[in-house]
Design a protein around this ligand. Structure first.
Ligand code: M6R
Length: 612
């Protein structure tokens, strides 16, 4: 939530800030702003709404002589999305500016204290407090003043600070909000996420909580916020490139990311499974084999789409590795009474590795003695650094706010983990392992072959549905979480109210919603629950529900139930979730596009939820 970017070097700063903000806009688009040093002054531009509004006032000539600056794109927490509340925020003099991602929880008390001292506030934000706190502490040592101010605030922050009095310096710090530095020979960058750095460098340093960095042209010093002690931190080389975070001719990032799934799944599998035997090797997992063998229970923790991946994994792990699995939404897990201990393996699933609730969940699990494994897409993110072990998905950068390829890669990684646990614990025989492993290797090819046809059929089909007010999605067993995922995708990008249900649960209440205006998308592959699902579909049809069925090629019974059938090839029953996700994603995408919605940046949302 909120993106910050900063640069100190020899190049023109404004284009670098705008490009960085464009690449971080997925983090929030309520307002955007930037500031740069020029002739011992700070020049600030801000605009309400999307980055395009800022770009309209900051043309290419603005700040041409400046090579130090900060930018911000906002997801509003405190204060409405107005220009006054847009970052950067200044102190009373306008000589000191702050950009911030996070929440300063004790800002009201600090604001009252500062106002009593005569400080004048011009916004409703929590962030502005920090600018005035630094002003209050500042004599001529900016770093000392920032440290002093940070010692007064409670809550989360990734901040960037500039002061007219030191045009050669940019000071940044983090606590519980992501911040990464980029380094080159003659310049330093800060950003909330790696894509903002990719056009300039792949050499990065991940800052940890309560660390502060002082950036100059090609030089930097990292300090502890609390005691000012100097730190030496490793430089990591990122294997993403700038083109991976571009649309590559697609209308939207979401569509590009849907079509990237076959390759992303292959990347996640690559080098981890032997085709002939199905033997899985996860050397990087970083957890002791004996400990994994002895695990008595697994706690899966995640939010949103990643939680749906966890729900699928429960079916797989219990069936093939014989380990009881609990699945929690992270915001519940972190606050409930947990029966978690050293015999429980906690697995956190997260695309970003920065989601505040999931991060808090793994911290609690660690306190209770549980080992933590993170399944994550972003190398070096906070969760990957705090967990005991990491299994990376290799989806590549996901920019669309609606998660697509990250989800199918999470499923892929979780299926690999299932096979691995089964192999370690001897719960899968070699023939079954070969069969399941072979199915996983094949699934990317199947999805690749089906994508173009599915998109075309779904484009025609949605003409009859795009203006619906509500939608239901139903599925059984492994496809129940996919029904939840289909409903989430549709509501978040098209703003149509949608719910997902276990098909057998409909008659316990939701069936009352069925009438001739209610579209129901039913996932009904020819699997072990097929006949039960068909009975549920008959019940919907008997009440005039408008059925869209997604089933197995050749199942002619489905066309006797409705004219709207999407067929998919038969794959291993266990892998249906990967395949049945694809039409659900395309349905949401095509409906949202047809309704004229902003697919990549839906209202009220941000990609990385770093606040509670
Ligand atoms: O980065 P994470 O996987 O931890 O994010 C979790 C959710 O915020 C995320 O999946 C969200 O639900 C997406 N908008 C879904 O498309």
């Amino acid at each position: 939530m909120c993106g910050i970017v900063g640069y100190v070097g020899n190049r023109r700063v404004v284009p670098i800030l705008l490009e960085g903000l464009r690449r971080l806009e997925y983090r929030g688009y309520d307002s955007a702003g930037l500031v740069y040093h020029l002739n011992n002054r700070l020049v600030r531009y801000r605009a309400k709404g999307k980055l395009a509004n800022l770009e309209a006032v900051v043309d290419e000539h603005v700040g041409a002589a400046s090579s130090t600056g900060l930018g911000h794109t906002r997801w509003a927490t405190h204060g409405a999305p107005t220009e006054d509340n847009a970052h950067p925020h200044t102190d009373c003099s306008g000589d000191l500016v702050v950009v911030h991602n996070g929440i300063l929880e004790n800002y009201s008390a600090l604001k009252a204290e500062l106002q009593a001292k005569g400080h004048l506030f011009t916004s409703e934000t929590d962030t502005e407090v920090l600018a005035h706190l630094i002003e209050d502490a500042l004599t001529d040592d900016l770093v000392a003043a920032v440290r002093e101010a940070l010692s007064r605030v409670e809550g989360s922050y990734a901040v960037g600070v500039l002061w007219a009095g030191r045009p050669d310096l940019l000071v940044a710090a983090r606590n519980q909000s992501p911040l990464v530095m980029g380094v080159t020979e003659d310049a330093c960058f800060i950003a909330s996420d790696i894509p903002a750095l990719l056009p300039y460098t792949r050499e990065v340093i991940f800052l940890d909580d309560r660390e502060l960095v002082v950036l100059g042209k090609g030089e930097y010093t990292i300090l502890q916020v609390d005691d000012g002690a100097k730190l030496v931190k490793p430089v990591t080389t990122i294997d993403w490139n700038a083109a991976m975070a571009e649309k590559a001719g697609y209308r939207h990032f979401m569509l590009k990311e849907i079509f990237e799934q076959p390759q992303a799944i292959l990347n996640t599998i690559s080098g981890r499974i032997i085709a002939d035997t199905g033997v899985v090797d996860l050397p990087e997992i970083g957890l002791d084999h004996q400990a994994l063998k002895a695990v008595e229970r697994i706690a899966l923790v995640a939010c949103g789409t990643s939680w749906h991946a966890a729900l699928v994994a429960k079916y797989w792990i219990e069936k093939w590795a014989g380990i009881p699995v609990e699945v929690d939404i992270a915001s519940e897990f972190r606050y409930r009474h947990l029966l978690v201990n050293e015999r429980v393996l906690t697995i956190a699933i997260s695309q970003s590795g920065e989601t505040a609730d999931t991060l808090a969940g793994i911290r609690r699990a660690t306190q209770l003695g549980s080992k933590v494994l993170t399944i994550c897409n972003v190398v070096g993110s906070t969760m990957t650094r705090e967990a005991d072990g990491v299994l990376y998905t290799h989806a590549g950068p996901e920019i669309g706010v609606a998660s697509t390829k990250a989800f199918t890669c999470q499923l892929t990684a979780l299926f690999l983990l299932t096979l691995y646990l089964g192999q370690l614990r001897g719960t899968i025989d070699p023939a079954t392992r070969r069969y399941l492993g072979g199915g996983l290797i094949d699934i990317a090819g199947v999805i690749n072959a089906e994508l173009p046809r599915l998109q075309e059929e779904i484009r025609d089909l949605i003409e009859r549905y795009y203006d619906a007010r509500d939608f239901l999605f139903v599925g059984r067993g492994l496809n129940f979480p996919i029904a939840l995922e289909g409903a989430l995708k549709l509501k978040e990008i098209s703003y149509i109210h949608a719910e997902g249900y276990a098909a057998g649960e409909l008659k316990h209440g939701p069936i009352a919603l069925i009438d001739r205006d209610m579209p129901v998308v039913a996932l009904v592959p020819k699997d072990s629950t097929y006949l039960k699902s068909v009975s549920n579909i008959e019940e919907i049809k008997a009440r005039q529900g408008r059925l869209v069925l997604v089933g197995t090629a050749g199942d002619t019974h489905l066309t006797s139930l409705t004219e709207d059938v999407l067929y998919l090839p038969e794959v291993l029953e266990d892998l249906n979730p990967l395949l049945y996700t694809i039409p659900a994603q395309l349905l949401a995408y095509e409906i949202a596009h047809r309704r004229g919605c902003d697919v990549d940046q839906p209202r009220n949302l941000a990609k990385s939820v770093t606040v509670e």
